[in-house]
Write a protein that binds this ligand. Structure first.
Ligand code: NAD
Ligand code: UDP
Length: 308
């Protein structure tokens, strides 16, 4: 197949491009390089089945493809809050443009949504049937509400125009090729530990997250795209839940660092708890994560150790 991956030069997108190329597909990687980098895909450029397009999805584009993975959108709070108007444009206008493309060429399109659609969740763990608890006017809204509209657009193009859609809700994912300046917790803590700097825990560290290794996620993404009788939304994540303070201590131990934990103010609207219920991905896709968190973290630490 000929497959378009928007945001293909980013962290998850680059792993997805690599995997799809490895399966023998033609891959078009489309990116505006806001948070992505050519370094993430340089090793794919020798393949004659790989094409790179510098483009911003908030502008329309004409391409002939069989599949669209719509991953383009900054994912780190630091990056998506840098230009919040652009962030929501990417999720709304960008998704409309990609849905228009999919409609025109009758391609199947998968939208990368997020656990952030659950906001600061009042049920735990989060199931797909939960409608969420999102602040519509807060500093995270450009991302959360943008992704919620993207899901709405997918469902409306499906119901109104018969577009073949898939929706995944990705929970916190980590691994090699997270950007050094990404600002999310995994790369921050590992880089701080490797550099002997203080580990910056926001708040008292009692908030929880559940971390999934990127190869597991990519497997789930592809299974969902190629699943013929289920459009989602489906949660993709690793239910292994940890408090952020425990996570800091784990990184210190795994890196053998002498860094100390320090506490910084908790950002506004920071969700207190997050853990995916992955019953649905198990029954519909036969998917569950296989990489234990410590193994994935060791691979990620090795990646960052080579950079510092
Ligand atoms: P990332 O920032 O590394 O990658 C995003 C990519 O999209 C970058 O290459 C960036 O340059 C590109 N991009 C941004 N805006 C664009 C635009 N307007 N036009 C074209 N390209 C644009 O982030 P990631 O972690 O790889 O996330 C990929 C997708 O997965 C995002 O849609 C994100 O919302 C979603 N997601 C990620 C996580 C996670 O934990 N990593 C969790 C939930 C959802
Ligand atoms: N966090 C932290 N220190 C950091 C970066 C993040 O304590 O240097 C916290 C953050 O407040 C949140 C959790 O770690 O509670 C996960 O943050 P991240 O930005 O990785 O993702 P998200 O909040 O979007 O899940």
């Amino acid at each position: 197949m000929r497959i378009l991956v928007t945001g293909g030069a980013g962290f998850i997108g680059s792993h997805l491009c690599e995997r799809l190329l490895g399966e023998g597909h033609d891959v078009i990687c489309l990116d505006n390089f806001f948070t992505g980098s050519k370094d993430n895909i340089i090793h794919l450029m020798d393949s004659h089945r790989f094409e790179l397009v510098r483009h911003d999805i908030t502008e329309p584009i004409l391409l002939e493809v069989d599949r669209v993975y719509n991953l383009a959108c900054p994912a780190s709070p630091v990056h998506y809050q840098y230009n919040p108007v652009k962030t929501i444009k990417t999720s709304v206008m960008g998704t409309i443009n990609m849905l228009g493309l999919a409609k025109r060429v009758k391609a199947r399109i998968l939208q990368a949504s997020t656990s952030e659609v659950y906001g600061d969740p009042q049920i735990h763990p989060q199931t797909e049937s939960y409608w969420g608890n999102v602040n519509p006017i807060g500093i995270r809204s450009c991302y959360d509400e943008g992704k919620r509209v993207a899901e709405t657009l997918m469902m409306d193009y499906h119901r109104q125009n018969g577009v073949d859609v898939r929706i995944i809700r990705i929970f916190n994912t980590y691994g090699p090729r997270m950007a050094e300046n990404d600002g999310r917790v995994v790369s921050n803590f590992i880089l701080q530990a490797l550099r002997g700097q203080d580990i910056t825990v926001y708040g008292d560290g009692s908030q929880t997250r559940s971390f999934c290794f990127v190869s597991d996620l990519v497997e789930g993404i592809i299974r969902m795209m190629e699943c013929d009788n289920f459009i989602g939304p489906v949660n993709l994540g690793n239910p292994a839940e940890t408090t952020i303070l425990e996570f800091a201590e784990k990184i210190i131990r795994l890196t053998g660092s002498s860094s100390k934990v320090i506490f910084k103010p908790l950002p506004a609207d920071d969700p207190k708890q997050r853990q995916p219920d992955i019953t649905l991905s198990g029954t519909k896709l036969g998917w569950q994560p296989t990489v234990p968190v410590e193994d994935g973290l060791k691979k990620t630490i090795d990646y960052f150790a080579a950079l510092v």
